[in-house]
Ligand binder design. Structure first.
Ligand SMILES: N[C@@H](CCC(=O)N[C@@H](CS)C(=O)NCC(=O)O)C(=O)O
Length: 254
């Protein structure tokens, strides 16, 4: 049987959380890194889909465009027997996934705003993304702003629906949930809710994710996160460290 193809953006939390669970399930994959702009257009054409965001999973029986759908697809195909959607918790886990998405979108919105509005951040992004452009004066920042302006427009509706107050509320709920759940978000056991919420914390405290190197490491740290929230919830960062230590499948490269 042909291996599924997983289009994976290094450093993107949506790609990361999906790779995390696919590895936990020991699903063997053909991993491809998209070429910016080009792969998106090719996939739109080939998979006959108007809108493409990453990750994308192509399988023998169908294609998946939402990380949450990929998580559910993988659940029935685990070679390890790991279960991330235990019976009775599907709705709760889906709700946490929505909260995680809103936090990640708020993080992306913050980052893009900083790139668009702060010269120092735009210049650092040039050096991290397309180093040769840094020798071309204002062209580099102009190019980077054009790319991120385009991403901002693509996710305009998602970005408009999220904000720092919503994130603060989610973090307070997460704090209460893990206290009550003995270190786990749902049902006192490790589920997809832990994966998605641990990943969402990258919006308040950027973490160099295993397997990949993100261009964000080249940016001033405060420009990559929603300001002020990490300081308010240090216990959640400690929780993330504990979850990664216990449940992260491997430190090996892809
Ligand atoms: N709902 C999607 C969201 C994925 C998403 O937002 N992906 C972003 C990651 S930054 C992306 O593909 N950005 C690149 C682009 O849109 O060109 C999922 O969970 O899979």
């Amino acid at each position: 049987m042909t291996r599924p193809t997983f289009h994976y953006v290094p450093g993107s939390p949506w790609s990361f959380k999906t790779m995390w669970l696919l590895k936990l399930h020991l699903i063997s994959l053909n991993v491809k890194e998209p070429i910016p702009i080009l792969t998106e257009q090719l996939l739109r054409f080939r998979l006959k889909r108007h809108r493409i965001s990453f990750p994308v999973l192509e399988t023998a029986t169908g294609n998946y465009f939402e990380s949450f759908d990929m998580a559910q697809w993988a659940e029935g195909r685990s070679s390890s027997g790991v279960r991330l959607f235990p019976e009775g918790y599907a709705r709760e886990i889906a709700e946490w996934n929505d909260k995680s998405d809103a936090m990640l979108a708020c993080g992306r919105k913050t980052l893009i705003k900083n790139i668009l509005e702060q010269d120092e951040v735009a210049r650092a992004a040039v050096a991290a993304l397309v180093p040769p452009l840094k020798y071309l004066g204002p062209i580099g920042p102009w190019f980077v702003r054009a790319i991120f302006g385009q991403i901002n427009r693509k996710y305009a509706a998602v970005h408009a629906a999220t904000n720092i107050d919503l994130c603060r509320k989610t973090l307070a709920e997460l704090d209460a949930a893990v206290r009550q759940g003995n270190g786990y978000v749902v049902g006192g056991q490790f589920t997809y809710a832990d994966i998605t919420m641990a990943t969402a914390l990258s919006s308040i405290d950027f973490l160099q994710l295993p397997w990949t190197r993100s261009f964000l490491t080249g940016l001033p740290k405060q420009s990559t996160v929603i300001p002020g929230l990490a300081e308010q919830f240090p216990q959640l960062l400690a929780w993330r460290t504990a979850i990664l230590e216990k449940h992260f499948p491997s430190k090996k490269p892809l």
